[in-house]
Design a protein around this ligand. Structure first.
Ligand code: SF4
Length: 194
């Protein structure tokens, strides 16, 4: 009898993870994985809204991300085609200076190596924000990586985190809307095409 882990087994184990005992709202791992997904959205960590809803990107950042992608909610949450896996699966709390704390150290190392090999259909991974980019590509400057998006295709597409702070960044970097977003939509369409 095979004892190999299935994706459902590992996803259930991740959802039951209680390794971090000091999370301000307690553990609530949020992820969407699928063996047939073509597009992986590698993100940062759930917000308080996502902690409550249990569904990724049910917040203002999710609205902005879907606008960037040109995807409606039905396409974005089509689990057969789109997987969503943050670097930290639980809401990490706030920094004293404001803003959400970083993803919990060790969470990505604990879960990503067990989940990713069980999603063999992934064609394109969106690296949303600095934490996802550092995990997959190593340290580097977010803006330069996004500007240099061609170099990371066909496997990866680096993006800023679409929080409200990105509004100012977008205004200072008009090439993002003019050049990167059309390329992003084309890359996503190609990844999802049959
Ligand atoms: S943040 Fe990650 S490691 Fe910590 S309890 Fe949540 S799933 Fe487990």
């Amino acid at each position: 009898m095979s004892t190999a882990e299935t994706l459902d087994d590992v996803a259930a184990a991740a959802r039951a993870c209680r390794a971090c005992t000091d999370l301000p709202l307690g553990p609530r791992p949020v992820l969407r994985v699928s063996a047939t997904a073509r597009l992986l959205i590698a993100s940062q960590a759930p917000s308080t809204r996502v902690h409550v809803s249990g569904t990724p990107w049910t917040d203002a950042s999710g609205v902005r991300l879907r606008t960037w992608l040109g995807m409606d909610e039905a396409a974005f949450y089509d689990g057969r085609r789109v997987a969503i896996l943050p670097m930290g699966l639980c809401y990490p709390g706030r920094l004293p200076a404001g803003g959400d704390a970083p993803p919990r150290p060790g969470c990505a190392a604990r879960w990503q190596p067990r989940l990713l090999p069980l999603m063999p259909a992934i064609r394109l991974t969106l690296l949303v924000g600095t934490y996802a980019q550092t995990h997959y590509l190593g340290r580097g400057a977010m803006t330069e990586r996004v500007r240099d998006w061609r170099r990371h295709l066909p496997r990866f597409f680096p993006l800023p985190h679409p929080s409200w702070r990105t509004t100012g960044w977008e205004a200072r970097n008009p090439w993002f809307g003019a050049e990167v977003l059309p390329a992003l939509r084309a890359a996503v369409a190609a990844a999802l095409a049959d």
